[in-house]
Design a protein around this ligand. Structure first.
Ligand code: NAD
Length: 243
């Protein structure tokens, strides 16, 4: 029995599988992750300072002019095989909840609905008055040099993503509850270095990891499969459906 078969067995035995994904699940859609050695966005150290509430409020011109090209790139990608397999597993009742750190909406576009986007998403932008607009409306305002982009009430609009300095959204509390309820947490494409999401594996009863490179939690996992998420999840799906 190889490691793929071992994970297939774990998945068949589990009653409540929760999946946690990170930027690595979207690299096969052409999007950079944060920590891959040569292509990761973290090569650009200023990103952490740029993608912060501090820069958004103190220097909105710099925030929008520098971050918008990156945020727009994330909205232009298409789901890949890994996103599609995870959506199918939800449809079949195999996966109960999908927690993602990604803001690119690719799980949503692939069809996942039991989805907790704990770092937000790029479908909408919002105002402190409660109004919601589409992310593309916000982009259109910035393109017309309306910076900061304004809501009809006059206050500034912001993208609905969790910036450095923001509190975690309510969905993170739900994510903790789902991981505690699960009997298998499957982590796909995350270095597990970003807190507080990095604490979720400690709350899981059992965990398996699919990742291209070693992670800090490999020692705690029942199975670690090293490789590309699209290929490995497709192989898992084949073997699960073969029976
Ligand atoms: P990370 O960059 O820290 O880790 C990604 C991991 O995925 C790495 O260990 C890498 O080896 C692995 N990986 C890369 N390609 C892979 C593939 N094809 N198959 C399997 N594994 C692969 O990402 P993280 O842990 O998600 O933390 C980064 C933070 O950056 C998150 O908070 C996320 O919100 C944000 N981010 C999001 C996007 C996005 O929405 N697509 C992109 C970049 C960063």
């Amino acid at each position: 029995m190889d490691d793929v078969d071992r994970l297939v067995e774990l998945m068949k035995e589990a009653d409540y599988i929760v999946v946690l994904t990170g930027a690595g699940v979207s690299t096969e859609s052409g999007l950079p992750d944060f920590r891959s050695p040569t292509s990761g966005l973290w090569q650009d150290e200023s990103l952490m300072e740029l993608l912060s509430t501090e820069t958004l409020t103190s220097d909105p011109k710099r925030f929008f002019e520098r971050t918008l090209p990156l945020l727009e790139l994330l909205t232009e990608a298409q789901p890949n095989a890994a996103h599609r397999v995870l959506a199918r597993w939800e449809e079949r009742g195999l996966v109960k909840t999908l927690i993602t750190q990604n803001i690119d909406s690719l799980h949503y576009e692939a069809g996942s609905r039991q989805l907790l986007e704990v770092h937000g998403q790029l479908r909408t932008a919002s105002c402190s008055c409660g109004a919601l607009v589409s992310f593309s409306q916000l982009v259109a305002k910035v393109r017309k040099k309306e910076i900061p982009p304004r809501c009809a009430c006059g206050a500034a609009l912001r993208p609905d993503v969790v910036l450095f300095g923001d509190p975690m959204p309510a969905s993170f509390g739900q994510a903790i509850g789902e991981v505690e309820r699960s009997d298998l947490l499957l982590v796909v494409g995350s270095s597990l270095q970003v807190a507080p999401v990095a604490y979720l594996p400690n709350m899981a009863r059992a965990m398996a990891i699919v990742n291209l490179t070693p992670t800090v939690a490999d020692g705690e996992a029942k199975v670690v499969l090293r490789g590309r998420a699209g290929e490995i999840l497709s192989e898992l799906d084949d073997r699960l459906t073969r029976g």
